[in-house]
Design a protein around this ligand. Structure first.
Ligand SMILES: Nc1ncnc2c1ncn2[C@@H]1O[C@H](COP(=O)(O)OP(=O)(O)OP(=O)(O)O)[C@@H](O)[C@H]1O
Ligand SMILES: [Mg+2]
Length: 297
């Protein structure tokens, strides 16, 4: 088979994250001195792309950004991680999505205030993007925020034999349609909570309904996955980390998983690798700034 230009193309939201590390939980109508303030790139697809690239994949991103003062910051952020920006769609009158993130230094929890600036309902010239080589890739990864585009792309990717991967962070209209087009489905515990199903029952239900490779991450506890070899749901506990900030842990998990999987690890081993990389991420402030050096994992 001819070599593709990319290993992985990520589709979804990219944001500017403004993070403040606080010694206390967020409190309304107060002035709270921050221990540290950081401006970083973020967003589930954007950060997954950076993590995948940091783990050695040739990666590209399809996201909307605005033609505002954040444009160069966003593009430079991707270039620093060697993520191809050919498919970053810069919309002149759109504001770049910005997230305000309060991180509690005591337990590394993050409270996120964000606005997608309508990126999810924007139209794209899919035929044009395909002509420019958007699917010249081994894998397509999406976060579900650009739902219509992702469904159309996943369908085409399937037709071409490209691996499709879904980071399902929450229930949103169209999730089941996109899930049915996915080879790999890794959801957050927030998603299964919304489904109203306990873990690990949700993992078994998802596997029966969709037949894909499936896992659900559960923050500092660990993750559950369907082990095809043993024919059942397994739990893998997370090692304890002196966590500073959990922002972007899920996104980094996805990027690292794809790197492990595409480099030939089996599903369970790729998930364990992702768990290590995501765990290391917790040691530093920022979703992307906290992506560890590979030699530390
Ligand atoms: N406090 C923590 N300590 C160690 N590892 C963590 C911690 N929080 C998260 N992780 C790691 O990151 C993975 C993903 O975290 P989580 O389940 O919170 O993702 P998520 O809900 O998708 O969050 P997000 O996408 O907003 O980062 C976990 O499976 C675990 O490996
Ligand atoms: Mg997530």
């Amino acid at each position: 088979m001819a070599k593709t230009r990319f290993d992985c193309v990520c589709v979804g939201i990219s944001t500017v994250d403004v993070l403040a590390l606080l010694d206390q939980p967020l409190c309304e109508d107060e002035k709270i001195p921050a221990r540290e303030v950081l401006v970083d790139g973020g967003g589930p697809a954007g950060t997954a792309a950076c993590a995948a690239s940091a783990c050695g994949l040739r990666t590209a991103i399809l996201s909307f950004i605005g033609g505002d003062l954040w444009k160069d910051f966003m593009l430079e952020g991707f270039r620093r991680f060697k993520v191809a920006t050919d498919f970053v769609l810069c919309v002149p009158r759109m504001a770049t999505p910005v997230s305000l993130i309060a991180v509690n230094n005591r337990n590394a929890s993050r409270t996120i205030l964000w606005n997608g600036q309508g990126a999810g309902s924007r139209r794209v010239d899919l035929a044009g993007l395909l002509r420019r080589g958007l699917l010249d890739t081994r894998a397509l990864h999406y976060d579900g925020h650009l739902m219509n585009v992702s469904v159309r792309l996943a369908r085409e990717a399937r037709r071409r034999g490209i691996l499709t991967s879904y980071d399902c962070g929450s229930i949103r209209p169209g999730w089941a349609k996109l899930a049915a087009l996915s080879d790999v489905f890794i959801a957050s515990h927030k998603f299964t909570r919304q489904l109203g199903m306990p873990l690990p029952a949700a993992v078994g239900w998802l596997r029966r309904r969709f037949g894909f490779r499936v896992a659900v991450t559960a923050g500092e506890k660990g993750f559950y996955y369907f082990d095809e070899g043993r024919g059942g749901v397994e739990f893998v506990r997370q090692k304890h980390y002196a966590a500073v900030d959990t922002t972007g842990c899920g996104d980094v998990f996805h990027g690292a998983f794809l790197a492990g999987y595409l480099k030939g690890r089996d599903f369970g081993a790729a998930l364990r690798f992702a768990q290590k990389v995501a765990g290391e991420k917790t040691r530093a402030l920022g979703g992307r700034a906290g992506i560890p050096q590979l030699d530390s994992v």
